[in-house]
Design a protein around this ligand. Sequence first.
Ligand code: MN
Ligand code: FE
Length: 336
Amino acid sequence: MSNVKKTILNSSGTDPNKILPMKYKWAREHYKKGVANNWTPEEVNMQKDLETWKNPNILSEDERRLIIWNMGFFSTAESLTANNIVLAIYRHITNPECRQYLLRQAYEEAVHTDTFIYCCDTLSIAPDEVYNMYMTIPSIKAKDDFVVDMTKSIFDVNFKTDSNENIQRFVHDLVCYYIFMEGIFFYAGFVMMLSFLRQNKMTGVGEQFQYILRDESVHLAFGADLVNTIIEENPEIWTAEFKAKITENIKRSVQLEYEYAKDCLPRGILGLNAEAIHEYIKYIADRRLERIHLPKVYNAKNPFEWMSEIADLKKEKNFFETRVTEYKQGGMLSWD
Ligand code: MN
Ligand code: FE
């Protein structure tokens, strides 16, 4: 019994609560990073944002639209991601160190949900305006529908990862959730909201997005490690056909994110336009493909070098170190 092999899926031969000895050290590392980055939305002062928001002469119509559109997408996307973890992913990932991380991630998604409650509250934005956008704005609905449609397998109560075919379906859904949703669909919004922060406008909301981006980059890193490990342990699922399907889906998600960017930004503002965001999304889509060992497809250049300081996984460590210092000083966050 003591020599039962610990595997990432279906490790039912081992006690699911037996976390030590630990096999997947990366899961532990992501957990530690999450804890080290602890924050709550109330730490960010929203007073200046409130004054800006209430004043009809500071923000343009287009700037207001951009903020409302992003709050509209993120406010409901955060609970969609939380549901995915708790109701679907957690059920199938039985490995205890991964589950420990999933519990942490679920908590962070709750903090993100709380962030949008806090933003609506402090700025007195009517909740109906923001929380119905996932149904009423076609470019937001298209993104949500895409994720819901592509994660159907793991929501099926009878679904089990008991065959190669089902493990492949599971990885398909995980890629959709971690790579497309958290790795692509959040990123046009991050660029837009962090551009506001850089221009010193609505800095409270901007900082909230900065904290969320930092959490999401760890979610994404965990998701990629999870996907890569399942494939390593089940190499027969990683067929040419399956790889082609994932690449096709990533192209669809890039297109949906571009449509969303055009909708948020019908005209260029803040040194941003939908075309530059499209280029950026293609650039990060290539990074996501490489992270799960697939060839890149776009060879796009990063038009927002300043984002890589914050978002590039390779700089994750510096990024965290910077933040921890800033946080201790209680100063404004700035990585420019
Ligand atoms: Mn989140
Ligand atoms: Fe997340």
